[in-house]
Design a protein around this ligand. Structure first.
Ligand code: TXA
Ligand code: MG
Length: 350
């Protein structure tokens, strides 16, 4: 299959291109598009065959449900059985934006979109290309991140091309995304809402609106063998580079010394080493491929660069990656959640 790639100026969106993409979606095809978090791989959420094609293109396990993207609240009423008052409050505060909510699904949402669950994940993205595409197609768009399953999510159109060129109908290139890690997912079906995946909208921000909010255990801890996490996607080794990733935790000077030692040892065995460093520490690493993920003072920058850095190590074919830890409060929780998952929870205390 030939993949058509269109570049779009997000300040002056070319309607003809959006119409062409809409026609593809209406016929059951696949279109990758930018959102404010990561690129999504879109298809008609109410067309079971179209959503099954998403799984095929990504190589995604079919029990891992998709997020349905909408551009106005009316679309939500058709997708869900009920909208709890708490969800109305979150919508008013955070939509359009990087927040996904889980609801009990209505009959029109096919099992193929929800991985057989009786709930559906819905989000109104805050990106002009995404909103235009949903509006002009009149379609609610099922869209997982537009990467091959298991690889780091795409934060640029080049990342989407790397993974999906030849497997999907179209890529809408709207430049680099803003946030760089996926939306916060909150389960609204229990009395106290539960965060299933942390993101830019933090627990503190949700609690400012709702009072009490819980966090699912699977967020920061490895799952034991037979536990099924509430967000099925959290059970896979996720967001992961090809090389083994090991995170070192401790006082910064000790971490740097240890990473330098491990790096020397690996290099002496003929291996290639990647190091995830921060602006503050990058000059302290003496060998290996050192990538600066940004300053520790700016979590937005770290999140924005994380997946791109992991993909750069992939492209360089490093054998092993060593990383520092970052603080776990606020937006940092989402950053550490992705890093820990990418590392398969391989953390060494120094
Ligand atoms: O920022 C994002 O959310 C991006 C952009 C494209 O919108 N999308 C995204 O989708 O990250 P995906 O498929 O890569 O991740 C969706 C996650 C998975 O972990 C999945 O298991 C979970 O959401 N999920 C989807 N529907 C669910 C449901 N009904 N109940 C629990 N978890 C659900
Ligand atoms: Mg994903």
């Amino acid at each position: 299959m030939e993949t058509i790639i269109h570049r779009l100026d997000v300040n002056r969106i070319n309607k003809e291109v959006i119409n062409e993409a809409s026609e593809i979606l209406k016929k059951g095809g696949l279109v990758a598009f930018p959102t404010e978090t990561v690129y999504g791989l879109g298809a008609d959420a109410l067309n079971e065959k179209a959503s099954s094609d998403i799984y095929r293109a990504k190589g995604r396990p079919s029990d891992n449900p998709l997020i349905v993207h909408i551009s106005n609240k009316e679309q939500l009423y058709k997708l869900v059985k009920e909208i709890p008052h708490n969800a109305e409050l979150l919508m008013d505060n955070f939509w359009p934006g990087p927040l996904t909510m889980i609801f009990k699904k209505s009959e029109i949402v096919p099992d193929g979109t929800t991985g057989g669950l009786d709930t559906v994940a819905v989000r109104m993205p805050n990106h002009p290309v995404a909103l235009n595409l949903i509006d002009s197609s009149g379609i609610v768009i099922a869209a997982p991140s537009a990467n091959t399953s298991g690889r780091p999510s795409p934060t640029s159109s080049a990342h989407v091309e790397e993974d999906l060129c030849g497997k999907i109908d179209m890529i809408l290139d709207g430049g680099d995304v803003g946030i760089g890690i996926e939306s916060t997912i909150v389960d609204m079906t229990s009395d106290i809402p539960v965060i299933l995946r942390p993101g830019y909208i933090t627990k503190e921000m949700l609690e400012d609106v709702l009072g009490n909010v819980d966090i699912d255990k699977a967020v920061m801890n490895p799952l034991s063998e037979n536990v099924r996490p509430k967000a099925p996607g959290m059970k896979y080794r996720h967001y992961a580079p090809k090389a083994e990733l090991i995170i070192f935790n401790g006082k910064m000077n000790d971490v740097i010394r240890r990473i330098n030692e491990e790096t020397d040892e690996c290099i002496s065995k003929g291996k290639c080493v990647g190091i995830i460093a921060s602006e503050e520490t990058k000059d302290k690493y003496k060998a290996g491929m050192v990538l600066d993920i940004g300053t520790r003072q700016d979590e937005d920058m770290i999140a924005h660069n994380l997946y791109g850095v992991l993909r750069e190590f992939d492209a360089a074919n490093v054998d092993v990656i060593y990383g520092e830890t970052f603080k776990e409060s606020g937006f940092g929780q989402a950053i550490m959640n992705r890093l820990l998952k990418a590392a398969g929870y391989h953390v060494e205390d120094v």
